[in-house]
Design a protein around this ligand. Structure first.
Ligand SMILES: [Zn+2]
Ligand SMILES: [Zn+2]
Ligand SMILES: [Zn+2]
Length: 122
């Protein structure tokens, strides 16, 4: 008997209550609460709402250009590594080159992905 069968039987025996408990236990922990002054947290992109260029595109204009990395500052994951999770949540991530797909010069120039977690574009 494998593990999944066992879980299914346990859930069956415990009924809906058991299933609910199972999902409650396996659900991801909620994002840590920030203080009232910290502002809202963007659960979708795992970043402070005020720093989320996807929910708050106005900051792309407001923050200007990152001269060091030649991208919009608000979209610069090198200056703000928290953005990496945001890009991944948005599906804008090049696993082959480990950069946001929208900033991947190597893909832009037609190179083939060779990384271990390379995956075809959607
Ligand atoms: Zn967001
Ligand atoms: Zn930068
Ligand atoms: Zn790429």
């Amino acid at each position: 008997m494998n593990q999944n069968t066992l879980v299914a039987i346990v859930c069956l025996l415990l009924g809906v209550g058991g299933a609910t408990a199972y999902f409650t236990l396996t659900a991801p922990a909620p994002a840590p609460e920030h203080g009232a002054n910290a502002g809202a947290y963007c659960n979708e992109h795992k970043i402070d709402e005020a720093d989320c260029p996807f929910c708050n595109p106005a900051i792309i204009e407001q923050r200007g250009h990152c001269d060091a990395h030649q991208v919009a500052e608000a979209l610069c994951y090198q200056c703000n590594p928290k953005l990496m999770a945001a890009f991944k949540a948005e599906g804008d991530w090049c696993g082959g080159h480990n950069v946001p797909e929208s900033q991947c010069e190597q893909c832009e120039f037609g190179a083939v992905h060779q990384g271990p977690d390379a995956k075809p574009k959607l």
